[in-house]
Design a binder for this molecule. Structure first.
Ligand SMILES: Cc1ncc(COP(=O)(O)O)c(C=O)c1O
Length: 390
């Protein structure tokens, strides 16, 4: 490998939410934090070099992207995902979560129903509730250690009163990379009921070997016109703090509604370092990207082997992508509070408790494996020791 992902970079004193606030969050400096979804790897040297040049320039005034930014994005989506994006479809936002809030505000009214598939990235439900809309859940099915959509349940619950479906594609936290066939079935159910689909594809580049991400909007013209795709270079290239995302809306009427909501919220410019980092990532980041995803997949294999050998009570759910692994601790027979205490107080590792992703996440833990393998091993050793001392 050209890049050294085994290298440990001290992230304390960098305002890192993950590494700077152990005492504040857990009252314990000694915790290994593996919860919030950013990587513990330095970004690609190509991005760092350009950012340094830009910092040396010294002026950070109001900014917006030029054609080179859009060309970089268009080429990335065409070459990596066979998704043919047009410049005018792209709306820049300071993150996907703000965008999801604006989507909810743009296309739904108070008390409207919005569908999610639990267990799922927990801010989805929060965005719906904070905007006073109703969360409708269609729980995923766990079969032979892998998750599937429940189409029968979706058909039962989907009707014209469900105005929006927020899809996680690929799915955080269960690691599924939805197949084209699954996505087509889902789209048909939504479109029969005039339900707009938001496809959050922030993890869309982070795909393991022999799997393929399908950009929802690339399925056909009908889907393209009835969906919104949320994308960013932030997860793929570890740039989340620069808060730059690209929301792709081909349908002009829908796009204008979204842009109007952004305007009402006073959002007109974007972080100049975020614009630059995204453009460099999409033009010069390919080599780093291919290596980082390989390293992450090796971490996932390491995690699986470790649990099989030393922690057979803990099942690692079959993942096809993302750097978030989903672990089934139910065999330990602990309730949510006991499991939380076991992880934080006995093992001294901070994962995300499964129940925050939905009721059916109880007894599971989400672990961020985008870290040097030695850190992952230390966390697993801590769990192993804590388990032996129960
Ligand atoms: C599925 C998903 N969507 C959105 C986000 C957050 O995006 P942003 O930081 O751009 O708001 C995350 C972060 O973990 C995520 O996993």
């Amino acid at each position: 490998m050209k890049y050294n992902f085994d290298e440990i970079t001290d992230r304390s004193n960098t305002n890192s939410i993950k590494w700077n606030f152990n005492t504040e969050f857990f009252n314990d400096e000694d915790i290994i934090p593996m919860w919030i979804a950013d990587m513990d790897f330095k970004a690609s040297p190509k991005i760092l070099e350009k950012l340094k040049e830009r910092v040396n320039h010294g002026i950070f005034g109001y900014s917006k992207p030029t054609d080179t930014y859009y060309d970089a994005l268009i080429n990335w989506f065409k070459s990596i995902h066979n998704f043919h994006v047009k410049k005018e479809w792209v709306c820049l936002t300071p993150g996907i979560i703000p965008a999801i809030n604006w989507i909810i505000q743009s296309y739904t009214k108070r008390d409207d129903k919005i569908m999610i598939q639990t267990p799922v990235y927990h801010p989805f439900a929060k965005c719906i509730e904070n905007n006073k809309r109703k969360v409708i859940t269609s729980p995923l099915i766990l079969r032979n250690n892998k998750y599937y959509m429940d189409f029968e349940d979706l058909k039962k619950k989907m009707d014209s009163s469900v105005k929006l479906m927020i899809l996680c594609n690929p799915h955080n936290p269960v690691g599924r990379v939805w197949s084209e066939k699954e996505l087509i079935t889902l789209c048909n159910i939504c479109m029969e009921n005039n339900t707009l689909i938001v496809s959050d594809e922030i993890h869309g580049d982070l795909i393991f070997k022999n799997n393929k991400h399908t950009s929802l909007a690339s399925i056909n013209n009908n889907v393209l016109e009835n969906s919104i795709t949320c994308t960013a270079a932030s997860k793929t290239f570890n740039l989340a703090g620069l808060q730059t995302s690209n929301i792709i809306i081909a349908n002009k009427k829908l796009r204008n509604k979204f842009l109007n909501t952004m305007k009402l919220n006073g959002i007109d410019e974007i972080n100049p370092l975020g614009i630059l980092a995204t453009e460099v990532a999409y033009t010069k980041g390919q080599e780093w990207y291919l290596e980082v995803i390989k390293y992450i997949e090796e971490n996932y294999r390491f995690l699986k082997e470790y649990c099989k050998e030393k922690l057979p009570q803990v099942k690692v759910i079959e993942a096809e992508g993302t750097y978030l692994a989903w672990l089934d601790f139910r065999e330990l027979g602990m309730n949510n509070e006991e499991l939380k205490n076991f992880m934080l107080k006995k093992a001294k590792v901070a994962f995300n408790q499964g129940y925050i992703f939905g009721k059916n996440g109880g007894g599971f833990e989400r672990i961020n494996i985008a870290c040097p393998r030695s850190v992952l091993k230390e966390a697993l050793d801590r769990i192993y020791k804590a388990y032996k001392n129960i």
